[in-house]
Design a protein around this ligand. Structure first.
Ligand code: HAM
Length: 419
């Protein structure tokens, strides 16, 4: 019988890495909680129209990369390619925007039909923060500080923060017109994608990796020429604060992001160590999204960490304290119930210890071998005589031949000291 393989671009986490994933997500959640963000849980499937209206009809994500299908009632559905739109949809639907400022976080898999390569999958995991109701740069600063804290906690190598301001939506429209005017006579020299974007999404031409296009862009108009005084002031104030706080950044005038909802400040953290897919966290301000989705006027800003890339960038340099392991072995089948109960009592008393009960496999030698292979730190051996005398063999497997006889209470207090 032929075996199954995972679908191209989907992501199995190898067993020896799954604890890294849980610890990374645990750390991000506790960091966000410490800044007073609350977890919002969101569905993976949304109406296709939600992404068309928010991420944008003319973006690559919506045009080429969505996993879209018809429901049984012939409604167009999509596996979320990102979470910002769904988070805003849910916040409007649940009335959260009527309850004042919100600081939210969520995490989970996202789906984009991209060409898989190192750091790029069709299923990938994001951890995101979104803050609603604050239109001052204090919230830009807060999000940048959170991301910096996370990056420095994980000691991500070779990271740089790039920032840009896209100005208001009106500024983007004016700039796009000027850019098209400037590039149209040079159309034939542009790469194929940029030629198409000249009609569909001119701003994204700035993102082109093609060297010829990049050369042409050097003398193109700059979006900064179109900032309103308010946008220019906001950008200047943010840079001043970053300087004062000693947060390193580079300005990248071509940082335009692949989603249409942004205005003003956008940011990306890159680590060259990942290769060409170097962005490991990205986001920005998106003040018009709420209204576009039928909500009230509501300033908003957020970021998403790509967890696959964060873990890739750190390679194996994670140093989480692992929980200790105990194996409980019985020497007679008739002691099954006693062993099962004994294990339960120890789990009640020592919730941080991983306890594996060997069950009906009563071969002591093979059980000890398995315990060592399973990286067990301790073993408790229970025979008939031990049960009758309430005195069990306790082995510290990390110390050779260290075996002693202890009763149940002594075992519990000994383990409390050791773990
Ligand atoms: P994004 O830049 O499209 O932004 O994605 C954010 C992060 O998700 C990227 O920096 C990257 O780490 C990761 N990522 C994206 N695509 C892939 C992929 N195919 N494979 C692996 N990782 C990937 C957003 O999604 C916005 N919703 C961010 C945001 C939140 N803006 C405001 N709030």
């Amino acid at each position: 019988m032929s075996k199954f393989q995972k679908v191209r671009g989907m992501h199995d986490v190898p067993l020896d890495q799954s604890s890294i994933w849980s610890e990374v997500i645990k750390k991000l959640a506790s960091t966000l909680k410490s800044y007073s963000y609350s977890e919002i849980r969101l569905p993976i499937i949304e109406q296709t129209e939600l992404f068309k209206r928010s991420v944008g009809d003319e973006t690559d994500i919506v045009n080429k990369e969505m996993f879209t299908f018809d429901s049984k009632s012939k409604k167009s559905m999509t596996l979320r390619p990102e979470g910002t739109a769904g988070c805003m949809r849910a916040s409007i639907e649940q009335g959260l925007l009527d309850q004042g400022n919100q600081r939210l976080f969520y995490h989970g898999p996202m789906y984009r039909y991209e060409r898989p390569q190192k750091g790029r999958n069709r299923e990938f995991y994001q951890f995101s923060a979104e803050a609603y109701g604050n239109d001052t740069i204090s919230i830009e600063l807060e999000l940048i500080q959170i991301a910096e804290r996370i990056i420095s906690f994980f000691k991500v190598p070779d990271v740089s923060l790039e920032i840009n301001s896209l100005g208001s939506k009106e500024a983007q429209d004016k700039f796009s017109l000027e850019l098209v005017k400037f590039l149209t006579p040079l159309k034939d020299k542009l790469d194929e994608d940029s030629q198409k974007r000249l009609i569909t999404n001119p701003l994204r031409i700035l993102d082109s990796k093609n060297t010829e296009t990049q050369k042409i862009l050097i003398s193109a108009p700059r979006i900064s020429d179109f900032y309103s005084s308010e946008s220019a002031e906001r950008y200047k104030n943010l840079k001043n604060s970053l300087d004062e706080l000693g947060i390193n950044y580079q300005e990248n005038h071509n940082l335009v992001r692949g989603l249409d909802y942004y205005n003003d400040i956008v940011f990306e953290w890159k680590s060259e160590i990942i290769g060409s897919q170097s962005a490991l966290c990205a986001g920005g301000r998106y003040d018009s999204l709420s209204k576009k989705l039928g909500g009230r006027d509501m300033p908003a800003i957020g970021f998403s960490f790509g967890i696959d890339r964060l873990i890739l960038a750190c390679q194996d340099a994670f140093n989480f304290s692992k929980s200790k392991k105990l194996t409980i072995i019985i020497l007679e089948e008739s002691l099954l119930n006693f062993g099962a109960n004994f294990s339960e009592r120890l789990r009640d008393a020592l919730p941080d210890l991983e306890i594996r009960f060997s069950g009906l496999d009563i071969n002591l030698k093979s059980q000890l071998k398995k315990a060592i292979k399973n990286n067990s730190d301790f073993a408790i051996i229970i025979g008939r005589e031990e049960v009758e005398s309430n005195s069990f063999s306790f082995k510290n497997l990390s110390k050779d031949n260290n075996q002693e006889r202890l009763n149940e209470e002594e075992i519990i207090s000994k383990l409390k000291q050791l773990i």
